[in-house]
Design a binder for this molecule. Sequence first.
Ligand code: SF4
Length: 270
Amino acid sequence: MDQWHKSVCILCACNCGIEVLTEDRLFKRIRGDKDHVASAGYTCNKALRLDHYQNASDRLTSPLRRKDNGEFEEISWDTAIAEIAERLKAVRDAHGGESIFFYGGGGQGNHLGGAYSAALMRGLRAWHRSNALAQEKTGEFWVDAQLHRGHTAPDFEHAEVSVFVGKNPWQSHGFPRARVVLKEIARDPARSLIVIDPVRTETADLADIHLQVKPGTDAWCLAAMVAVVVQEDLVDHTFLAEHTTDSAQVLEHMAHIKVAEYAQRCGVSE
Ligand code: SF4
């Protein structure tokens, strides 16, 4: 019998609440869960295509082993696991666990590694590991650690001023109810949306200010903006004194930036 189930989309960190109508193993219909406290019925197109990811005709349903002629043959899970375990054990015994690099079990959509990776690595005495977040998020985590000593999430829902640099959340989402929030900001005369992007995106179209920099020059644009704040003394000195150390060095540096030159370099009028 058809049945609606409550669940969440795990394809990005927003984890929107969804309701899924199942029929055997198929997701017959998917809709946003209006009762979900964070997403309140919102989803992007990715959640609505979950049945495609789950049941597309080219999805693998059994392990494939390469044959001598280069073609693949289907094998059972028991066979695959036994053969892989045998070979990994041989590598461990011949070269030590440190010669094995575990890759996987990253962030959203990759939670499964959490269930088995620790046990597998212990069994192999492996200790090198990485995952997709190392490629995607190293810079973000590093900056977060330097500035905030931990991970932070922006609160665009309530922000007075939102700045997006080379990002189009209308399409990429990445924060809760992205399209709804972007439209709310655009409609509210008391809030501003600033987009720094060489491309005229949907988000740029909604922006109060679109700084259409030349590709690869966003650093000059950002530096010039900070320099204006410093050189026109629009700085909140009390905030800096309470929340930062050594800001004088940064202010001193910014005081000497040639704003006109930087503006010309990034292709944005001063
Ligand atoms: S924004 Fe899209 S991908 Fe992210 S959790 Fe929500 S529905 Fe899934």
